[in-house]
Structure formats: structure tokens, C-alpha cells
Design a protein around this ligand. Structure first.
Ligand code: SF4
Length: 534
């Protein structure tokens, strides 16, 4: 696989759309998780109340994050944990590599963690000559394949059983098999040896509790338990937004997260870790280091609209529900965080300039908002980011123009001209849509004009050629027909209907609004059913 980046999103998406195997795997997995999520949510009568409560808890935390972080640090340290602050990925990697080097660690086991993917921790450790093994089965598979995760909770969602078998044959030398139990047991056998030999275990964190200094990690395979308890040193990397005020708040989030993610009532394991082990005979590490990572989160926190993205609990439900993700999968986004929430978070983590294409990777259908357990309004966030991009381009366009003038150059390049034309087009559109007279006149003119472009009820070849000249129309018609304007507008039908029946507006039935079809108006004299109650 080539190197996919956020800046090549359009090309990545096109390549993904041509990959039938990928789309088949995605279709199966996302629809399965979607069905399970719905059944699990329907099984809780107070599901909507829980979502509201979870969002209220998150809003409270995000409004007073400084206070809750301090409380968390005090309580974690009082129980033996050592807390480190990292402003960005570089600092976080330096802290973890420093801890590993000080202890002369050469073998590290890791449990699945999106935040360590975000900072590219494995690369940093490997550059220090330290061997890192992913112990979550999905992560292990993509590590063997040399790929990045393509889903927040199911990293190898894009791989079929056959592809995994081929990978294991190539990398681990086993006989090809489509027996899932056999594949799993091969991985388990190899990973067990790694756990026993590891100097350090590294994990992410699902929630950190301010009241007790506890961290909670959820999983289904038992590998987190082994990662965090077998090695003498445990390093947990945690985004600063993962804090919850009270231990009792976990009750709400433990009902929402597994149900939204995999459709489970509860994950198989919940590891609650509060400090280091107290007695020699206790389970758990002798050293617990918690690295608190900012990496752009404070910036998101500062704005009331973008702040809500920090409420995300990384359940992955919005990915499964998204019609764009369902078709192209996670790699096309070129980012650790794919799908709708990735399209919101990534531009804020790496900069709008680098990831602007992602904000347009959405039809704004709202499916993500519907399923989000913490009620994040992702379409609102995407529109907010798109507005920021447009504002930025306006300013940039003006600046480039001024600089060009100073240098005596032709001021605007093609891109700026295109943007300017787009703005003018939308200004004209706004004037037409704001004036009923202009709107009707425009529709009539369009109806007359389209006659020469149509063939068999569609905008035909002449129309297609013309639309290719106008790029905005060309993009639309390159993959679909452009439907013609209806011969009679809704307003005309409405007026004629009133005139022919002599009815008042209040007697029209709802179905009347849908009686007209493009190019085939209903007879003006068609008799309407009398309205109910008359
Ligand atoms: S935005 Fe909502 S649905 Fe998407 S991963 Fe985050 S919590 Fe889950």
C-alpha cells in the first residue's frame, strides 16, 4: 500500500472505491456492528437519558478540565503513580523513550491504543532500538502487515479471513487456513512468550477518574490485563480529555461505550488500575507512569463549537453508521482517526491546511449524530470547519493578490479565480432564492432552455458536454444523470389546484404535494379526495 495522507484523500477514496474486496469486508463488518449496536441500545429503555447524562458529564469536565486534571494527578500520585505532562507528540515520545532507556528496556508489549497511534510511539521506540509488539489481535495483524489501523476499535476491519491467513503464512510460516480458531491460537501462542519476556507494558486509557486517580481500560481479549500486570513497569498514555469527575460516572459510560462500539452489554474485561501494587504479593506493576497528552486538545477546548469533539469516547459507532466510511474504510482518510469523528479531529490536530479535504468527506446526512452516545453534533462541527476553511481562503486569496500586485505579477492563480467564481455563484444563488419573482422567472427560463439539452427525459449529450465546461456541473454529471427541471413547478400546481377545485388552502391533502413528477404533470382537473372531516 502506498503512503496515504490526508492531503491525497480524494485519490485515496477513489482507489478504495475500486477495491471490491475492501468494500465487501467493510460492508459486512459495519452492518454487523450497526445491527448489534441498535439491538443493544434498544435493550436499555433509558438509552436516550443515558446519552444526555453522559454528555452533561463530559460538558462539565471540559468546562473545568484544569480542576479535574489537578484532582486526578493528586489522587493518582498519592497511590503511587507518577504523572508526566506532554504538550505534544514529540514530548510524549521523549518521555516514554526516556523511561524505557533509563530502565534499559529492550522489549515492550503494547495493548491497543489510539493515542499512541496518534503520536506514532512505535516508530519512536523502534528508532531507539526497542522492540515493540502489539498484543491486541487486530493490532498484531496490522503490525505484521505494516499497515495503520483502519477503524478506531476494529483495527483490521478491512481485512478478510483469507487475507489474514495469507499474511500469517507469509510472516509466521503457518499452513494456509480459513479456521479462525487456528489463526487466533497461533497469534496467542506467540504473544504469550512476548508477555513473559517484556520489560515494559504500554497501554492507552479509556477513562481516568479524578476522584480516585483510577484509570480504566476496556478490552475483550485479556491482553490488556497481561500488558498492565506482567511487566514490572506500566506506562499509560492518556489524552487529557479522558477524565471523568466521579467513580460513579463510570456506570453511565460503561453502559454506553461497549453497546455503541461492539453491541456488547459489557466488554469481557474492565481493568481498573489505581496506583501501583502495595504489597509484594499483589498483582500489578511496581511502577505506573501516566503520560497526560495535550497535542492540540487545549486548542480544541478553547472554542465552544470545537470543544464538543473532546467529548468523544472513541466507540467507533459514527464510523459504522457513516455512508462514506462504509464505502472507503479508514485508510483513505490518511489519518489515525478516520470516519466522521476523524474528519473533525484530524484537521484540528494537524492543521486545517493539511486536512481540509476531510471536512468535505461527508454528506452531512446526520447518521453519525444519531448514533453518537455522547450526542456530538458532527455535522455542525464539519460545517464550522468548512466555514473556517472558506474564511481562511478568503484572507489568503486577498493576501496573495496584494503580494502579487506588489511584485507586479498576475495576482490570482487558478485556484483563487475558482474560489471567487464560486463565491459569485453563491451570491447570485442567494439573491434568486430570496426573491419569489426571480425564482419563478429563473425556473421558467431553465425549463425553456433545457429543452435543447434533453434526451429521453434526461439531460443528454449536449447537456453533458456543456456541464463539463462548467466544472461544478461536470463533477455531478460525470457519474450520474442530471434530472431536468419539472415542467410545472410546485407553486404552479398549487395555484392551479386551488383554482380548479375552488378549495381553500386548508383543504389540500398532504399527498397533493407529491403528485407532480418531472416532465409529467398531473392533469390540472384531477379530482382530489375531500379532506378528512369534510
Ligand atoms: S464521535 Fe461519538 S460515535 Fe463517533 S467515536 Fe466519538 S463517541 Fe463514538
Amino acid at each position: 500500500m502506498g503512503h496515504l495522507t490526508t492531503e491525497t484523500f480524494d485519490a485515496n477514496a477513489r482507489a478504495a472505491l475500486n477495491d471490491g474486496q475492501l468494500r465487501g469486508a467493510l460492508r459486512n463488518a459495519t452492518s454487523l456492528f450497526g445491527t448489534r449496536r441498535l439491538a443493544a441500545a434498544n435493550g436499555l429503555p433509558n438509552w436516550q437519558d443515558l446519552r444526555t447524562e453522559a454528555r452533561a458529564i463530559k460538558d462539565e469536565v471540559l468546562l473545568h478540565l484544569d480542576k479535574y486534571l489537578e484532582e486526578f494527578v493528586t489522587n493518582a500520585e498519592s497511590r503511587g503513580a507518577q504523572v508526566h505532562w506532554a504538550r505534544d507528540a514529540k514530548e510524549a515520545n521523549e518521555i516514554v523513550c526516556g523511561l524505557a532507556n533509563e530502565r534499559r528496556a529492550r522489549k515492550i508489549v503494547k495493548s491497543k491504543s489510539m493515542v499512541t497511534e496518534e503520536i506514532h510511539l512505535n516508530v519512536a521506540l523502534e528508532n531507539e532500538g526497542i522492540e515493540v509488539i502489539e498484543t491486541d489481535l487486530g493490532e498484531y495483524i496490522i503490525q505484521l502487515a505494516g499497515e495503520a489501523p483502519s477503524h478506531i476499535i476494529v483495527p483490521a476491519i478491512h481485512k478478510t479471513k483469507k487475507q489474514i491467513s495469507e499474511l500469517f503464512t507469509e510472516k509466521l510460516g503457518i499452513e494456509p487456513t480459513d479456521d479462525v480458531d487456528r489463526l487466533t491460537s497461533v497469534a496467542r501462542g506467540l504473544l504469550r512468550q512476548r508477555f513473559a519476556a517484556a520489560d515494559i507494558g504500554i497501554s492507552g486509557v479509556n477513562f481516568g477518574v479524578a476522584e480516585t486517580g483510577t484509570i480504566l481500560i476496556l478490552e475483550n481479549e485479556g491482553n490488556v490485563r497481561l500488558t498492565t500486570s506482567l511487566p514490572k513497569v506500566h506506562i499509560a498514555v492518556m489524552g487529557i480529555e479522558k477524565i471523568l469527575p466521579l467513580f460513579a460516572d463510570l456506570d453511565v459510560f460503561l453502559k454506553l461505550l461497549p453497546r455503541s462500539g461492539t453491541g456488547q452489554q459489557l466488554t469481557t474485561y474492565q481493568s481498573l488500575i489505581t496506583g501501583t501494587k502495595r504489597k509484594h504479593t499483589d498483582e500489578g506493576p511496581e511502577e505506573l507512569h501516566i503520560v497526560l497528552l495535550d497535542n492540540g486538545r487545549s486548542r480544541m477546548l478553547a472554542h465552544p463549537v470545537t470543544r464538543q469533539a473532546l467529548a468523544c469516547i472513541r466507540c467507533g459507532a459514527c464510523l459504522n453508521a457513516c455512508p462514506v466510511y462504509q464505502q472507503i474504510g479508514g485508510h483513505a482518510y490518511g489519518s489515525v482517526y478516520p470516519g466522521p469523528i476523524g474528519a473533525v479531529i484530524t484537521p484540528q490536530l494537524i492543521g486545517l491546511g493539511k486536512a481540509s479535504q476531510l471536512t468535505y468527506a461527508s454528506s452531512l446526512c446526520g447518521a453519525c449524530r444519531e448514533v453518537c452516545p455522547v450526542k456530538i453534533d458532527i455535522p455542525e462541527l464539519l460545517l464550522h470547519l468548512r466555514a473556517e476553511i472558506t474564511e481562511g481562503e478568503k484572507t489568503k486569496g486577498g493576501r496573495q493578490k496584494a503580494e502579487g500586485r506588489e511584485r507586479g505579477e498576475a495576482a490570482a492563480g487558478g485556484r483563487i479565480r475558482k474560489k471567487r467564481m464560486e463565491r459569485v455563484a453563491f451570491q447570485i444563488y442567494a439573491v434568486v432564492m430570496g426573491s419569489p419573482g426571480l425564482y419563478e422567472w429563473n425556473a421558467k427560463a431553465g425549463r425553456l432552455f433545457q429543452g435543447v439539452l434533453m434526451s429521453e427525459g434526461r439531460i443528454g449529450k449536449v447537456g453533458a458536454a456543456l456541464s463539463r465546461l462548467a466544472p461544478a456541473l461536470g463533477a455531478w454529471t460525470s457519474a450520474r444523470d442530471l434530472r431536468p427541471i419539472a415542467q410545472r413547478s410546485f407553486r404552479e400546481l398549487w395555484r392551479d389546484g386551488l383554482a380548479s377545485d375552488g378549495q381553500s388552502e386548508s383543504t389540500l391533502n398532504e399527498g397533493d404535494l407529491f403528485t407532480g413528477t418531472a416532465g409529467a404533470p398531473p392533469a390540472a382537473s384531477a379530482k382530489r379526495e375531500p379532506s378528512r372531516g369534510r
